[in-house]
Write a protein that binds this ligand. Sequence first.
Ligand code: NAD
Length: 484
Amino acid sequence: MNEFKNFINGQWVTTGKTFENRNPVDNSLIGPVYEAGRAEVDAAVQAARAALSGPWAAMKVQQRVDMLHAIVDGIHRRFDDFLAAEIADTGKPHVLASHVDIPRGAANFKVFADLIRNVPGEAFDMDTPDNGFAMNYSVRVPRGVIGVVCPWNLPLLLMTWKVGPALACGNTVVVKPSEETPATATLLGEVMNEVGVPPGVYNVVHGFGPDSAGEFLTAHPGVDGITFTGETRTGEVIMKAAAKGVRPVSFELGGKNPGIVFADADFDKAVAGIARSAFENSGQVCLGTERVYVQRPIFEKFVAALKAKAESFKLGDPHDHGTNFGPLVSMVHREKVLSYYAKAREEGATVVTGGGVPDMPGAMAEGAWVQPTIWTGLPQSAAVIREEIFGPCCHITPFDTEEEVIKMANDTPYGLAATVWTQNVGTAHRLGKALNVGICWINSWFLRDLRTSFGGAKQSGIGREGGVHSLEFYTELRNVCVKL
Ligand code: NAD
């Protein structure tokens, strides 16, 4: 795929305005993206609304379920196309995209197709003042047209994590992928047509946020609900747009997640786990760890072991199966991450490893590469301990007691995730209760059962996704009360 059109009402739509999609491995041009203006966004929303009363609405639940399974099969049939598109847009290693992004991107349709067939409703008998009784029961109805605004870090996976449940519940969607990663959302349009999803059910509009497709979509009065994953600051802007018309929002926002390692942890597993959580996807995972706290008796040993891990990553061509570390998503994002690398030095950090730009051979020297980086020695007030960087870096702080580390871990406006490493079952459960986060992993990280709740506390989000929790946003719950 070397040009990216909007997908509206089952048709491919170009516009007079394009922007460039570039490959962050070497900053080469992948192709032009046709930016949707107000007119195209409006056409997409109208198409989505019309589809709510067309053949899509007439489908029996089982037919809808079968269609979602057909989408899963359609993605798998074109697995290599999705893989190539995701790798080109993000530069992420083949080993990661082929094991996580694309299979999970497909599985998100399956899990909600299976759920929707089995989810129970509620029913209550009640006595009435006239000595009779009444029966209450719940019905879930689709919310309507859902605006889906997505980030660039796990483009297909995070998009279908919303589109899967939205369609399973009978809604229609207008997706605004990140301007950095337009490819897989576009490709999914081809799959939708291939498997016979009615026109207007799945629409894609390309563009940026302010004064572009993102703003036009979220401000559109024809959108009944907005689901967004991205930065907390962007969430604030979208929430204002959603206030007009009192439209509900579902938000997965930023994080500054703690990783906590107790002296009694299985050392090698803890090092491997923290290395993954800090550096996977070049640190561009919302659940990733940028603040590590290690109990003092193992502090020096841990820092040395994590340094060795960080220095063992193989940077290179993402298609090479040995490569396990890719570039950042864009040159713009690299500037942001490098500004934090500079800030850490200015604030007096000890740079344990990294801190700059690696020497990449040939054309890759032009790409958005940064070194995996570890710092120590900064106070809790330091910028790199307080602010989300979204890069392959972490600061390691020693701690002495459980109480002390809980206090430091919770000392943030964010509350997305935590990863805790200990063999003491009491410590594990106490931390699970005390950490103010939406997801707390003990002796693991990013271990996902898709039936469980996913989302953030504090400024890391509003609402929960996953399993039945997704239904809270993608359906209206109606109570029917029958007097008998
Ligand atoms: P971003 O907020 O810059 O952009 C996300 C999307 O919002 C893009 O499609 C963008 O075009 C759009 N957008 C920007 N301004 C807008 C506006 N005014 N109105 C409407 N749309 C607008 O985020 P990003 O840089 O793409 O992604 C990185 C961020 O996402 C990080 O903060 C990360 O923590 C967060 N994230 C959170 C989760 C989670 O589950 N909590 C998952 C992944 C990423």
